[in-house]
Ligand binder design. Structure first.
Ligand SMILES: [Zn+2]
Length: 67
């Protein structure tokens, strides 16, 4: 299976692994809608900093999506 680069569904920015994992964690593993951290914070109406904290928390919990 070919791996395609994932991009933000709002702004087309290329996504880093943490952003993809965060979307899957918050929106569901099968979500088609992947957002960069800027668009995700707008979509969820929260601060970008809150999402960065969340990424750290999920990593500390050992969430496999972030490995
Ligand atoms: Zn975006």
């Amino acid at each position: 299976m070919r791996q395609t680069a994932k991009t933000c569904c709002e702004c087309d920015k290329k996504l880093v692994k943490d952003e993809v994992a965060l979307c899957q964690k918050l929106l569901g593993i099968d979500t088609e809608d992947l957002y960069c951290i800027d668009c995700l914070s707008a979509y969820l109406e929260c601060e970008k900093e809150d999402l960065e904290v969340k990424i750290q928390e999920f990593k500390e919990q050992g969430c496999t999506l972030f490995l």
